[in-house]
Design a protein around this ligand. Structure first.
Ligand code: OAD
Length: 248
């Protein structure tokens, strides 16, 4: 009898093209808090005050303190076996793409390189004034707390965290590269890991991959909006499951 893990393993061992979509759950075992569910950030933080352009305009100092604290906490965290397994998988798959909603850099620290961040990076800042050239360029922030909050750009405008807030468009270039990847040829496996899949684009990318022939596999300890659409669901923490299925 073939177990679900063995079935995914077998598909991955023959795969040429694999797309992986990750959310906050993949970093949970590294100690990075998720957003929803028990202990999630949105339980005690107000989305509209901390993660919207209006919230930033009203109280940039408060917003910056929140992001500053999260960034400094992140520096203390390390990639977990799930991140490491995905980086190893990338080495073995000829045409691999990792799409993450996470603003942390744990995938990169584990060795992932073919990665698109659709919600930006918490370790960077950019100018909040779209007329300034520095609004297109990210500045790496220090590992320690910022000395001056809120920080300012050389043009005099406020800097902002280089993340995507609610009500904002996703960054164009990653979207184009994701669109191009999903538009060309067969996809063998799509892994959707540690996300509630609340955003329609996450579901759309997963379904596009499936329409291209992918075995759609969800890895998550809990039921999500995507679960009924997945071909297979592996229930459990990704740090435990991924090393098994990626051991190909
Ligand atoms: P959520 O916090 O909504 O969901 C985390 C998911 O991870 C849930 O489905 C959990 O069941 C699952 N999970 C928890 N522990 C896990 C583990 N050890 N292994 C695997 N899965 C686990 O996070 P996202 O879906 O990533 O956006 O949230 C998407 C976006 O909503 C975030 O990028 C952020 C947030 O608001 C913005 O800030 C724009």
């Amino acid at each position: 009898m073939v177990t679900p893990v063995e079935r995914v393993q077998a598909r991955l061992s023959m795969a040429q093209r694999v797309v992986v979509l990750t959310g906050a759950g993949v970093s949970a075992e590294s100690g990075v808090p998720t957003f929803r569910g028990a202990g999630g950030l949105w339980q005690y933080a107000h989305v509209e005050e901390l993660a919207t352009p209006l919230g930033f305009a009203r109280d940039p100092e408060r917003v910056w303190h929140w992001y500053d604290q999260r960034r400094v906490q992140l520096v203390q965290c390390s990639p977990n076996p799930g991140h490491v397994a995905l980086a190893a998988l990338e080495q073995r798959i000829p045409d691999f793409l990792l799409i993450t909603q996470n603003v942390d850099d744990l995938h990169e620290r584990a060795g992932s390189r073919k990665i698109e961040h659709v919600h930006g990076s918490i370790r960077h800042a950019r100018c909040s004034d779209t007329r300034c050239r520095q609004s297109q360029h990210w500045t790496l922030l220090p590992d320690s707390p910022l000395e001056n909050i809120p920080p300012r750009c050389s043009c005099g405008a406020l800097q902002r965290p280089a993340v995507v807030w609610f009500g904002e468009l996703l960054p164009e270039e990653p979207l184009e590269r994701i669109g191009a990847y999903l538009a060309c040829g067969k996809v063998d496996v799509a892994l959707v890991i540690g996300t509630t899949a609340r955003f329609p684009y996450v579901v759309r990318w997963a379904e596009q991959a499936r329409a291209r022939g992918a075995l759609l596999v969800e890895i998550n300890p809990e039921q999500t909006d995507l679960s009924p659409r997945a071909d297979m669901v592996l229930r459990g923490p990704s740090g435990r499951i991924l090393p098994h299925i990626c051991a190909i």
